[in-house]
Design a protein around this ligand. Structure first.
Ligand code: ACO
Length: 331
């Protein structure tokens, strides 16, 4: 009698977005920019902004509750809650802990993941590992951000890029040799810490030439990040496909991190993927960091873009530098 291996499938997805929309026209009134520049160079038309008092944990819990409902599980069946975020309500308690309380997931371990925009893929990979090892059955993975809290609204280089939101997916044990999660890869390079950073977000104090503490705002060398993102996302996707014994020709849907349509197009070109096989929703939400992939995953499910047997690749890149990809055959 053959025993099928344990892997993970996705049993539920959810998303939560603040109501307030900040359009490119709104930004034209705030900084020296234009709808044409943002649309052509980045592909964003509007982004959502959290209301005062609406924190990352609120968005995360709403997305998680939706995912839980779809899965048909009860909160006490969740073994672990992982939250990818760079904008936790507080460093401690973690967002995962606040979500656990909100859901009543009393049997769940709780952990926030600091991997910037790659946080969801890092969480998904850890979820897969715990399930594959037979240690857990259901792991809730969330990407959630209130990026508007770390944006310098006077800096046109960065303020046009980001938005707030959350997405969630529940990874559940699944016995199969052929479907569910097939392969993953996580990567990083600490030699490029200066390309993307959030000064004054930890114990280190950053000062200007006069010794005055600078702001707690995202800083970025956009051009260099762009090149690193394209190269690492493309290589990582090829790697996981190879590990799964697949080629990019067999991919039905790529869900890439939504940072810039030109990055997404360049990655798709390197993988030789036509645009209809690439999920893009950046126009509506901007870059929601760790939340872009789970929000897109939720929308792909809502739109019927994923069918049983489809090969899905999720592919992320973020500050650190960090990157990661995961390939699964949809169940
Ligand atoms: N509006 C109008 N003009 C602008 C704006 C703006 N908002 N921002 C920059 N410009 C100008 C520049 O000043 C420059 O003008 P100049 O030619 O007169 O000097 C010109 O536009 C070109 O600027 P670049 O920085 O070279 O523009 P680029 O094409 O590189 O686009 C961008 C910038 C959008 C940031 C791009 O580099 C990018 O998307 N990078 C990757 C970002 C990313 O992937 N982040 C992901 C990780 S985020 C995370 O992990 C938290």
């Amino acid at each position: 009698m053959s025993v099928r291996k344990i892997t993970a499938n996705i049993s539920g997805v959810g998303k939560a977005l603040p109501e307030k929309r900040l359009t490119n026209a709104d930004l034209e009134k705030m900084v020296d920019t234009s709808d044409a520049w943002i649309s052509q160079r980045v592909g964003i038309k509007e982004r959502r902004i959290a209301a005062p008092g609406e924190y990352t944990s609120h968005l995360a819990a709403r997305a998680a509750a939706e995912a839980l409902k779809m899965s048909g599980l009860t909160a006490d069946q969740i073994d672990l809650i992982l939250v990818g975020t760079s904008t936790p309500d507080t460093v401690y308690p973690s967002v995962a802990c606040l979500v656990q309380k909100e859901l009543g997931a009393s049997h769940a371990g709780v952990l926030d993941i600091s991997a910037a925009c790659s946080g969801f893929v890092y969480g998904a990979s850890l979820a897969w590992g715990m399930i594959k090892a037979g240690l857990m059955k259901h792991v809730l993975v969330i990407g959630a951000e209130v990026n508007s809290s770390i944006i310098n609204w006077k800096d046109r280089d960065t303020c046009i890029l980001f938005g707030d939101g959350a997405g969630a997916a529940i990874f559940s044990a699944h016995h199969s040799d052929t479907d569910g999660v097939l392969a993953m890869k996580l990567g990083g390079d600490g030699n490029y810490t200066d390309l993307l950073s959030l000064p004054n977000s930890g114990c280190r104090v950053f000062t200007d030439a006069d010794g005055v503490q600078t702001g707690r705002f995202t800083t970025m060398q956009g051009n260099e990040v762009f090149k690193q993102a394209v190269r690492n996302m493309a290589e990582c996707a090829v790697y996981v496909l190879d590990r799964a014994g697949l080629t990019s020709k067999e991919v039905d849907l790529l869900i890439p991190h939504q940072a810039n349509t030109r990055i997404i197009d360049a990655v798709a070109k390197r993988l030789d993927l036509p645009s209809e096989k690439v999920f893009v929703n950046i126009a509506n939400y901007g870059n929601t960091s760790a939340a872009t992939i789970p929000i897109a995953l939720c929308e792909a499910v809502e739109q019927g873009r994923l069918n049983t047997g489809d090969v899905l690749v999720i592919d992320a890149f973020g500050a650190g530098l960090t990157w990661g990809a995961l390939v699964m055959r949809w169940v």
